[in-house]
Design a protein around this ligand. Structure first.
Ligand code: NAD
Length: 433
């Protein structure tokens, strides 16, 4: 099957690669010429394990190409919309990229043969596919959904860092459509993928995505607040999380306390669901608390350091800028509020991340960046671990040797307290070692 992907970001590119590896032909339609050149050169514009190797092979074999020309979709049988759906100022969803891409798809739809299928993969609030998307496609093409072309909503559940593996091995595949022909085509396309196939309405599919992300965000804020209580009472939050997670009604994933959730999805999706809920007259009280806990959580690092020494004028080493390891994505990373606050307090900040520095420089161009973890530690008065990259997991004695004053604040609990010689090592949810 020939499939077009509108938007070659994390979701669009990983999907294009994933479906091509499954034997289909992929074409990416992208507005960013820099990304197009990189993709056609066999190099992914994002860092994601295994993606470069797969992309190089697929582009060489002519199974995947990228272009800015929407005519590239004319010979496709399915079009997956994978453009961004960021937060607007008021927390509601900003649908401008969806509107723009749908208008362009509508202009090509009449040229397409057979029964082309348009699938919304971007995360959109319930009612968007059957309302706005269908409306723009029908108006622009003068065709009818369900008669001349198919329409579906299929939310994406991949996680950055393990995106390609998640794509190949989904827990479930949600197909939101009211149209039998579309259902059959999409069931056929996914017949070799593992995971239960769930057929629901487009609005239910849209809600499943928001409900899933909001629930996971709730789990994180729950364990993060619990970590603060554990720390005060001398209990190890990881023992508690393990004791909870072994109950299969609760389950282990997303019970690791840390400096708060970030990334391109959880914060914006929780905000969008809150906004949607409020508009529908349902007060989103749980989600308001989830976001409040999340906004305070990164500041644990600063509070814990301040208990040890005044921070004004001190040199602080920040380890980790990406919102999680194995990605270069820094969107809504907890490093952002921590560094902003430290700069406001008059600290000198020296930051390091194995993959996220180029993206972080776009947000903080004047910040000092180190070339390595060791360079960042040299001469620091305190070190704050924000992202749990494997390369940061070293004996505390290694940190001590390089720092001027070995005060280490570990919001991920990746260091072993037993490896400290003289350092003050404070880990979130465990207290002072
Ligand atoms: P992204 O910002 O990485 O990529 C979006 C791409 O779309 C960009 O490259 C942009 O240039 C391109 N684009 C914008 N308008 C376009 C247009 N009119 N035509 C062609 N290309 C256009 O976004 P992403 O992280 O891939 O997310 C895409 C959607 O998937 C969002 O709704 C997001 O919430 C959802 N989602 C993301 C993830 C994730 O882990 N990133 C996971 C699941 C779902």
């Amino acid at each position: 099957m020939k499939i077009a992907f509108i938007g070659a970001g994390y979701v669009g590119l990983v999907s294009a690669v994933g479906y091509a590896l499954a034997g289909n032909d992929s074409v990416c339609i992208e507005i960013d010429e820099r990304k197009i050149a990189q993709i056609n050169g066999g190099k992914a514009p994002i860092y994601e394990g295994g993606l470069d190797d797969a992309l190089l092979k697929l582009t060489r074999d002519g199974k995947l190409l990228a272009t800015s020309d929407y005519n590239g979709i004319a010979s496709a049988q399915a079009i997956f919309i994978c453009v961004g759906t960021p937060s607007a100022q008021d927390g509601s969803i900003d649908l401008r990229y969806i509107e723009d891409s749908c208008a362009k798809i509508a202009s090509i739809l009449p040229k397409m043969k057979g029964y082309p299928i348009v699938v919304v993969k971007s995360t959109v609030i319930p009612g968007t596919t059957s309302g706005l998307v269908k409306g723009i496609l029908e108006k622009g093409s003068k065709l009818r959904a369900g008669r001349d072309f198919g329409l579906a909503m299929m939310p994406e559940f991949l996680r950055e860092g393990t995106a390609l593996a998640d794509f190949k091995h989904p827990d479930r595949i949600v197909i939101g459509t009211m149209d039998e022909k579309t259902r059959k085509v999409l069931m056929g396309l996914h017949s070799k993928f593992p995971g239960e196939k769930l057929i629901v309405s487009p609005s239910a599919a849209e809600m499943i995505k928001y409900a899933s992300n909001s629930f996971l965000a709730t789990k994180i804020s729950f364990v993060n607040q619990l970590a603060l209580l554990c720390e005060k009472t001398g209990i190890d939050v990881d023992d508690v999380a393990r004791g909870m997670g072994l109950d299969n009604r609760i389950a282990m994933p997303f019970l690791r306390a840390g400096p708060g959730f970030g990334g391109s999805c959880f914060p914006k999706d929780v905000r969008a669901l809150m906004h949607f809920s409020g508009k529908e007259g349902v007060e989103p009280t749980i989600l308001e608390s989830v976001m409040l806990v999340n906004s305070l959580q990164p500041l644990w690092l600063i509070g814990a350091a301040q208990e040890k020494m005044p921070l004004k004028g001190k040199t602080i080493c920040i380890l980790g800028l990406a919102f999680k390891p194995d990605t270069d994505d820094v969107r809504e990373s907890p490093a952002i509020p921590v560094i902003s606050q430290l700069l406001k307090m008059g600290c000198k900040v020296l930051a390091y991340d194995p993959k996220g520095m180029a993206n972080f420089k776009k947000l903080f161009p004047k910040l000092d960046y180190a070339n390595s973890m060791d360079d960042a530690l040299k001469g620091a008065d305190a070190c704050m671990i924000i992202t749990d990259w494997k390369e940061f997991k070293k004996p505390i004695a290694h940190y001590e040797r390089l720092m001027k004053n070995p005060l280490i604040l570990d919001s991920r609990r990746i260091l072993d307290p037993k490896t400290a010689i003289t350092a003050s090592y404070i880990s979130l949810g465990r207290g002072i070692a």
